[in-house]
Design a protein around this ligand. Sequence first.
Ligand code: 3PG
Length: 212
Amino acid sequence: MDIMEALSVCGIIPVIKLREVSLSEALADALVIGEVPCAEVTFRAAGADEVIRRMRMHNPSLLVGAGTVLKVEQAKAAVDAGAQFLVSPGTNPRVVAYAMERGVPILPGVMTPTEIEAALDLGLSTLKFFPAEQAGGPAMLKALSAPYGGVRFVPTGGISLSNLADYLKLPCVAACGGSFMVTADLLADADFSRISELCRAAAAIVRDVRYA
Ligand code: 3PG
């Protein structure tokens, strides 16, 4: 199974901003216990590459990617640390070219038909739809995806337990991203059991939508 397929099997990708690198291992465990074996570790916090390295070493079966990859240097640091996929809020052709050169899948962000076509021109067919809720939510994504049959999307931005199913029901959605499972408050309190609980709730929604 390739990485994009594995992400799509997960159905939900926790978006993580972890300042305290020493919590990497406990967080990796919490995700696995919560039945969500993947993570997008964002460069919104310095040291994201170290978190990626530590999570991957701690649990090689966890799928670990880098998020908020804005620059080629960040893409390099992430891939060198073992990131298995990259995510960006927009589509930066230099970052995309670098990811392709390193053979690492990248999900660049799009919000308009013109941006989708630019990403298609770069040879990509799975794209982040960002910021999903603010851009018009599932109705917008449904309309936006209609002319682009082969394109799959990973909506992110404003997704929570209450609207996750509405996105997952769309056939064009490969998976959803969201920070709601691993919030800053839960990390500050080192409340890993609550993180696992929220992951389990999200995983249950993925199962309900796809297999019920
Ligand atoms: C991201 O970095 O992809 C988004 O900011 C995550 O959006 P959310 O915090 O609304 O889930």
